[in-house]
Write a protein that binds this ligand. Sequence first.
Ligand SMILES: *Cc1c(COP(=O)(O)O)cnc(C)c1O
Length: 354
Amino acid sequence: MSKFFSAKYAALTPYVPGEQPKDAQYIKLNTNESPFPPPASVAEAAKAEAEKLHLYSDPESALLTEKMAQVLGVERNQVLMTNGSDEALNFAFMAFCDQTHPIVFPDITYGFYSVFAALNGIPYKTVPLKEDFSVDYRDYVGIGQNIVIANPNAPTGMALSVAKIEEIVKSNPQNVVIIDEAYVDFGGESCVSLIKKYDNLLVTQTFSKSRSFAGARLGFSIGNEKLIADLNTVKYSTNPYNVNRMTAAAGYAALCETEWFKNNCAAIQEARTYTAAELKKLGFTVLDSKTNFLFAKSDKISGQKLYKKLKERGVLVRWFNAARIEDFVRITIGRKEQMDVFLCKTAEILEEEK
Ligand SMILES: *Cc1c(COP(=O)(O)O)cnc(C)c1O
């Protein structure tokens, strides 16, 4: 740390992204990227924009926002496009939380929430997941605080119904409830339709996972027009051109690829069902996932050891050194052939442990 670093950030522990190793070719099942590149039309749209890189992007991302609103069945002023959904989440923390408006979220969830809180000087409280790693919606009913819940949750993969989300939103009318739907396209239920009924619901989604855009950085928020206007105030005070030209054009093209998108999500879900069944045959406990990853543990090997031994064999999964989940590994769903390699190596490792 330099002597110039602001005291307000001195104690900050930044978010740690999953490994992106450059030393070897791994089967990468550790950062929930899609194994499928986007369709050709998306790359072509980005390429066409590359000739205009000397010009600023449209700060409103008007065409993309319009199309996104149409796809979601909401109004254009109820959507804000962002540089990944991490930016949407940070804007929401900045806009709606402060010293006197703390935020509450599950003890086991996306690691960025506590980082955004710390970055912005926002006090936060965590609520333990139940024994079975589900979110008990009753823990959030009428608590009178801002709330952020990933639904489906990460890294557990488990989802809450829209009816339960609605109970949380309805019972906290003086607070903003943020529902992070990063994984919703893989079988969860989206609560986007509730934004017309409740002015305190903000939903975030991303192109990173289900639309194969992790490297393009595109996400969005959906909510009441006043919430979106507040997010815009924060956006225009930090980074007006938050979505770059190539990504905006690629995003628009991606939204036109309805069939591709459906098939992409279906392929991941099929590989997930297969992998979960095979893991169970190997004796793993596998949580019920509605995402593009599985959270699984074996009583024959520790999570850390399995992670290490898989890495030695060229397969990367994610292990979290955190209370309650240190026995688990998180496995991104890749192509079926990749999952077969993962399963084969895992079986080998378990055999060695005997
Ligand atoms: C991946 C992820 C995000 C955001 O990813 P972006 O790439 O910034 O859109 C947000 N929330 C959760 C729970 C995630 O797993």
